[in-house]
Ligand binder design. Structure first.
Ligand code: 3PG
Ligand code: CO
Length: 600
């Protein structure tokens, strides 16, 4: 118990209600037409920067700041939320797999020995995301694994790939499949029967997350395990090229297909005695398949046939569930997270997002651990996401519902920390639809706080005095305001910051990585880069950009501001910062706090 006890902070008092808001995919970049955050009307986020610059700054959210192998690695939600919650930087899955492959240790591990049992009589199946995005998996790791498995005695190998277009440019799938085909043909020359067996787009086949839509996993299961799919091809390159010709087709959503032999039979259904490796290192979008492959009791869809296999994940995907039971590389041990400390120190926590980001503020935040630390002190609320759509058609997503849940939790007085993720900038940014992403950014901004616009001056009038004046004037001069929402805002708190203001609390607004702030691929000088046909290359992926962090609210100690001696601060510095705001010193090994109090 004592090991968990945090020292009192000498300056920050305890007992303040803190709203911890993560705007997913919200970075800071040059303000041009491809920066959707700049184009969108985002008065709340703008106001932090302009009205209280000593309580607004940028922090690093990519590369080494979040435990990724290199500074060329863009940030992502897994490593971003891990860093935010854990307060330290852990070498992440991508890096751990790199070193296990480089040293060869992967082949001596328990997981590899387990799958090796299939090598004499069975087939080794490799299932995962085929790209060099480095978010869920990496092509070069797959290539090394293929080579290593063959050297270790695998005689028959089948690859079931998912095309990307979300962490890499749309259309890049063809090149990745060609590269893979070359590698497999090299293996065939060495006498290994190695082939691609099936494929499909990651968002339509296999890689769902947080149990949003089991049909996605079922489509993959049918192709990978049963060898059944709506499309059959003799070659995977041909499959991807052909399926991309369909109107509106893209890499993320390609339909499932299987590769068949000359008699039309699938070349690689998964059978008894085979081994399966899911080669993604990131957990969220592999967990559902891992359950389908491993659980005897399973009722999410009809698996039809459940082969007896040797299954291993590239990593262990869930430390709490011990899923899967076998894995090739041990995951980062992210322990003593801020969430666990705070619960031990009496901080009652509420966490909320919609399904597609729910695990980000719970599972990833808590160091890849599902469930609460203490049911009595924590409540995690999931708002069901819309299923079966791409979010450019619903760019507002559930931002308002999340904000209202947070508002109610703040006003309830039952919680000390209210933590939410607003998914819009990221989920809509990934669609590459610039117009929709602009709408998404506005929706996220409004979820933080609805601002009042004056029709006459077009400016944001958010001070209580102005609000009250407008409130008095409304019956006589309705033309002054955009709509009458401000009356509601004035009397009843609508979203997060209104509620924080009402209870005298503190807000911390930040993001996990960039996305919506840059929607085009750029050359070295930062100019939009055109493809061979002269078209703009739309960036669906995350970015290398830093993200903003703002703190404020009536409960914030006077004189509190960002220190200027942590210039390279990143997401991992946020945990100590939030612990301070709760009135505690952070543990010694946490990255330093970003804040200080200057006495007047
Ligand atoms: C995804 O899984 O949607 C993307 O690959 C990464 O996005 P996220 O890191 O924002 O979840
Ligand atoms: Co994303």
């Amino acid at each position: 118990q004592n090991a968990w006890k945090l020292a009192d902070h000498p300056k920050f008092p305890k007992g303040k209600t803190i709203a911890m808001v993560v705007l997913d995919g919200w970075g800071e970049a040059r303000p041009d037409q491809y920066n959707c955050i700049h184009v969108a009307d985002t008065p709340t986020m703008d106001s932090f920067k302009t009205t209280a610059p000593e309580r607004w700054r940028l922090i690093r959210a990519h590369g080494s700041a979040v435990g990724l192998p290199s500074e060329d690695d863009m940030g992502n939600s897994e490593v971003g939320h891990n860093a935010l919650g854990a307060g330290r930087i852990f070498a992440q899955g991508a890096k751990l797999v790199d070193s296990a492959l480089a040293s060869g240790k992967i082949y001596g591990g328990e997981g590899f020995k387990y799958i090796k049992q299939s090598f004499d009589n069975g087939t080794l199946h490799l299932i995962g995301l085929l790209s060099d995005g480095g978010v869920h998996s990496r092509l070069d790791q797959l290539q090394l694994l293929l080579k290593g498995a063959a050297e270790q005695g695998a005689k028959r190998i089948r690859v079931h790939f998912l095309t990307d277009g979300r962490d890499v440019l749309d259309g890049s799938s063809v090149g990745f499949v060609e590269t893979l085909e070359k590698d497999l043909s090299n293996l065939r020359e060495k006498g290994v029967d190695a082939q691609i067996a099936s494929g499909g787009g990651r968002m339509y086949v296999t890689m769902d997350r947080y149990e949003n839509d089991w049909n996605v996993v079922k489509r993959g299961w049918d192709a990978q395990v049963l060898g059944e799919a709506p499309y059959k091809f003799r070659s995977a390159v041909e499959a991807v090229k052909k399926l991309r010709e369909e109107p509106k087709a893209n890499d993320q959503y390609l339909p499932p297909f299987v590769i068949v032999d000359e008699s039309g039979n699938p070349v690689g259904p998964i059978k008894d005695g085979d081994a399966v490796v899911t080669f993604n290192f990131r957990a969220d979008r592999m967990t559902m398949l891992a359950k389908a492959l491993e659980y005897a009791d399973f009722d999410k869809f009809d698996r039809v046939r459940v082969p007896k296999i040797y299954y291993a994940g590239m990593l262990e995907y869930d430390g709490e569930l011990k899923l899967p039971s076998h894995y090739l590389v041990s995951p980062p041990e992210i322990e003593r997270t801020s969430g666990e400390y705070l619960v031990h120190n009496g901080v009652r926590t509420f966490a909320c997002s919609e399904t597609v980001k729910f695990g980000h503020v719970t599972f990833f935040w808590n160091g890849n651990r599902s469930g609460c630390f203490n049911e009595e002190m924590e409540e995690y609320v999931e708002i069901p996401s819309d299923v079966g759509i791409t979010f450019n058609v619903q760019p507002k997503m559930k931002a308002l519902e999340i904000a209202e849940k947070a508002r109610d939790a703040i006003l309830s007085g039952k919680f000390d920390q209210i933590r939410v993720n607003l998914p819009n900038g990221d989920m809509v940014g990934h669609t590459g639809d610039i117009e929709a992403t602009v709408v998404a950014c506005k929706a996220a901004d409004e979820a933080v706080k609805v601002q009042i616009h004056c029709f006459d001056c077009g400016r944001v009038c958010c001070h209580a005095l102005v609000l009250m004046l407008l409130f008095l004037l409304i019956p006589f001069s309705c033309h002054l305001v955009g709509d009458n929402e401000f009356v509601v805002a004035c009397v009843f708190p609508r979203t997060i910051i209104d509620a924080i203001e009402q209870v005298g609390g503190i807000y911390v607004i930040t993001a996990d990585h960039g996305n919506a702030e840059d929607m085009v691929k750029r050359d070295k000088s930062g100019e939009p880069q055109l493809d061979k046909s002269g078209n703009l290359q739309i960036l669906t992926s995350h970015t290398l950009k830093p993200v903003p962090i703002a703190i404020g609210g009536p409960g914030l100690k006077a004189g509190a501001r960002f220190r200027n001696d942590v210039p390279t601060g990143g997401l991992a510095n946020v945990a100590a910062t939030v612990m301070n705001l709760h009135g505690f010193e952070a543990p010694d090994d946490y990255e330093p706090t970003l804040i200080e109090v200057v006495d007047n």
